[in-house]
Design a protein around this ligand. Sequence first.
Ligand code: GDP
Length: 508
Amino acid sequence: EFISVANLAIALGLKIDVFVSQLEELGFEDVGKDNILTGETAALVAQEYGFEPKVDMGEDEDLRPAPVPEDPTSLPLRPPVVTIMGHVDHGKTTLLDYLRKSSIVSQEHGGITQHIGAFSVQLSSGQQITFLDTPGHAAFLSMRQRGANVTDMVILVVAADDSVMPQTLEALKHARAARVPFIVAINKIDRPEANINHVKSDLAKHGVELEDFGGDVQVVCVSGKTGQGMEDLEENILLLAEMLDIRADPGGMAEGWVLESTIKPIGRVATVLVKRGTLRPGDYVVAGRVQAKIRSLRNEAGVEIDEAGPGMPVEVLGWKEPPEAGDMVLQAPDEGRAKAAVRYRQELKERGDVIGQMEQIEKDRRERERERELEKEALKSIAEAANLRPNRRGGYRMSPEIKIQQVPFIVKGDVHGSVEAVSIALMEQGNNEIRAKVLVSAPGHITESDVELAATTGSAIINFNNPVPPQIKRLAQDAKVKILEHNVIYHLIEEVREQLAEALPMVV
Ligand code: GDP
């Protein structure tokens, strides 16, 4: 698909010559109305003008998350995914450590569980619970920000000897915002200072409808230290999971989320939490803009496994590049489809980059316009103060009876903004007999040619908030060029006024 510049201008409702000059500002070179643009370029340009063009990028239909089936109750249950949140030091890590150690899986393999971002606890009943083991809110939030509601429920830990604290409330807020149900675990009940009722009434004060008071939020009293109540906690989790009826299809193309991504001695490793489908070695998967042919799968005990189904966290080996935590993982039916998906996503990103660049160009243009406006205003106020009359070309001419003496300055400074501010302040100095005049202004250090120019024009050099190289100081001294060094505009202006007064003793 192609379109000429002229036709695109018409389509966008713009004058052709205006459109052409705007295209040039966007970075197009030598464009004329008869130039032909590809459909893709035209789409980009149209987007710049706020249009939403439809371009077929050849998206692979197979690499979209599967739709929710019509009758999910026909699917098998999957393990619930749980996140532990709460105030610092209330025992999140201790509880996770206890749960990890209690897992039958880790016992079978000698208990050497490693941190892979999540672990799965197998209960004696055969049921499983998956815990995300990055305690704290950051992990939860970063996933949420990417639209991934990976967790099915939150365990809100509150220490019985400390009760509700700021981060308790924050966790509560996040869980509510994400509409994730939660269970309250009152921890450290082994401590003599423990006051369970205090915690309950504090929570009730913050609108938590505890089951003790007729609400539906479960409360469990536990000790991560002695293990008291931990089985109750697991049972409560399963109870809530049953109510939520958490099911997933173990067949079909697999889907999941990247929980963590690291480089280990054995290669690039990403922990994937499988959401639906089943991952197996040899499968092709895509996460963000990277792909993998799964070389092997390992559980949290570092043991190679043959497959990982819904609700299971698993280390995936075989990535071409490290995927990013929070990215969605989608299985591709074959290598070609995986590659195509990566290519397509890369194109989308590049397209986003180009649009970003275009936005920058437009921002710069507006800034330049604003600068010109400011300059014009400054000029106008100077002209008014100096009693100048506007001429026909938008400039000013002097009233014939008045001759104004101008004292030239060269303005240098650390950054563009400060140079501009100094120049504007400078132009406001003087009266209708003598004025400061900015000969040249630019950010940067004083150069040899600045000194030369100052010497030949009799200017002083203003140096704002920048060191002066010693050889330049010497050069200026030899050339009898004055350097006014300042880093406070107010002081600088004082000195400029003195200079003006010196040049014309009558002026105050
Ligand atoms: P986190 O910041 O929420 O992860 O809290 P930690 O798990 O690091 O626990 C903070 C402190 O409380 C540590 O010194 C733990 O040993 C202690 N602690 C955690 N749970 C219990 C408990 O149930 N009973 C007692 N007595 N101490 C606990």
